[in-house]
Write a protein that binds this ligand. Structure first.
Ligand SMILES: Cc1cc2nc3c(=O)[nH]c(=O)nc-3n(C[C@H](O)[C@H](O)[C@H](O)COP(=O)(O)OP(=O)(O)OC[C@H]3O[C@@H](n4cnc5c(N)ncnc54)[C@H](O)[C@@H]3O)c2cc1C
Length: 385
């Protein structure tokens, strides 16, 4: 993007190199085996990427949403699964501790999370509360110096491998009485449920978290009791901007693969790129990708410059994520079509791109929920959400 700083460009080169060296050689195999590239993940620590948005004073890289989105795009172009796990760690868990944690919580947890010694995740969704996140049923009840948690979190990225989870639970009867807890995987009453087998993002482990009278010290509550919704929504906005970077990466890889194929593959005595219908798919894909790139990085830049707050931030983040996600799925599908039978085969990565891209239309707010957020901001109370 034209406004990237020298620091952003250096970061882009670093992450691109990391993806080429550490992710590309095994991404296909890990997708097949549904296995996590833990070794590469931990190497993100020494590169300073695991606390990309955490302040330098707290040991992080002190960068912002633009930088985080660059990291997502560059890694996402090679291995969207590892990138999704990275996002859950760096944006959903570590960033939240950096922004909302007490000095003691930061001192206790950030060093392990920033080096990659510990893997983090975030627990909001539940079996019966997805889009309606405030319908969550997990309860935390204060008992002396501890909270006792009961409930189940569902679809948690890094659930099967994580050491610390930034989790939400109800602490009152009011629908909005949501509190946040830092939950270690070794705490009594915590258990991992089943690992979920998925269509795409297969290299990113997803699972359930089960709290069965899980005892969490009061010192592990983040923020004021019952007042977590603001922090939760603010992080969802940042998640939507940065996760759009993964969509951009997948789309770019799809376009690169289809352009190369359209030059190489000959039919009727010509490269298939000579046919106007193939040109139309490639040019439309490229234009849509560039449009989404402008929208997403503009949202990230506005975030970094403090130009976005409240409902405006929610709408802008929703627009960037909605368009980029739909674009990535369509562009990956087009790449399959351009590559014909080879596109449909597992010999080429574009079928994986399509499977990975589809998650972008579901996680961090489905397309439908994002449209509701945008509509509510544009039409006001006419829209019921
Ligand atoms: C691979 C993966 C990783 C994930 N990682 C995490 C994680 O780390 N942490 C976490 O907390 N969650 C995570 N999630 C959960 C994710 O955020 C939810 O899947 C998502 O919010 C949708 O919830 P749901 O699956 O329960 O679908 P539902 O909410 O049940 O929706 C089903 C369908 O109904 C539609 N719908 C629902 N409400 C409305 C409405 N009001 N108007 C119109 N349509 C509507 C939806 O758009 C969707 O099409 C992950 C999910 C996946 C698949």
């Amino acid at each position: 993007m034209w406004f990237f700083s020298d620091e952003h460009r250096m970061l882009q080169d670093t992450v691109r190199q990391f993806a080429a060296d550490e992710l590309s050689h095994c991404v296909q195999q890990l997708d097949e085996e549904e296995d996590f590239n833990e070794e590469a993940f931990r190497k993100l620590g020494p590169l300073g990427l695991l606390g990309i948005t955490v302040s330098e004073a707290d040991g992080g890289a002190g960068l912002g949403a633009v930088a985080a989105t660059i990291a997502m795009e560059e890694m996402g172009a090679v291995d969207a699964s590892t990138t999704l796990s990275y996002l859950a760690h760096a944006i959903l868990c570590v960033n939240q501790i950096g922004v909302n944690g007490t000095p003691e919580q930061k001192e206790k947890y950030l060093p392990k999370l920033l080096t990659g010694e510990w893997i983090g995740g975030m627990g909001m969704s539940e079996p019966e509360a997805g889009s309606d996140a405030l319908g969550m049923k997990t309860r935390a009840v204060l008992s002396g110096e501890e909270y006792v948690l009961n409930g189940t979190k569902m679809w948690i990225t890094n659930g099967p491998v994580g050491d610390l989870f930034y989790c939400y639970a109800k602490t009152g009867e009011d629908r909005r009485a949501v509190s946040t807890f830092l939950i270690e995987s070794e705490m009594p009453g915590f258990a991992r449920g089943k690992k979920i087998s998925k269509m795409g993002m297969r290299g990113s482990p997803t699972g359930e978290l089960i709290f069965d009278n899980c005892r969490v010290p009061v010192a592990n509550r983040v923020g004021t009791e019952g007042k977590s919704i603001g922090m939760m929504m603010r992080n969802l906005d940042l998640e939507r901007i940065t996760i759009a970077g993964i969509s951009l990466g997948i789309a770019r890889a799809s376009i690169d693969a289809s352009v190369q194929y359209a030059k190489d593959r000959k039919q009727f005595g010509k490269p298939i790129g000579a046919f106007q219908q193939i040109q139309e798919r490639i040019t439309e894909a490229s234009a849509w990708y560039e449009a989404c790139r402008c929208l997403t990085y503009t949202a990230a830049q506005m975030w970094d410059q403090g130009l976005m707050a409240g409902k405006d931030a929610a709408m802008m983040a929703a627009k960037a994520k909605l368009q980029s996600a739909q674009m990535a799925t369509q562009v990956a599908l087009d790449a399959i079509q351009i590559m014909g039978g080879y596109g449909y085969s597992r010999e080429f990565p574009v079928e994986r791109y399509m499977r990975d891209a589809k998650l972008m239309e579901i996680g961090a707010g489905t397309n439908e929920i994002l449209r509701l957020i945008i509509a509510r901001q544009m039409l006001g109370t006419v829209v019921d959400l």
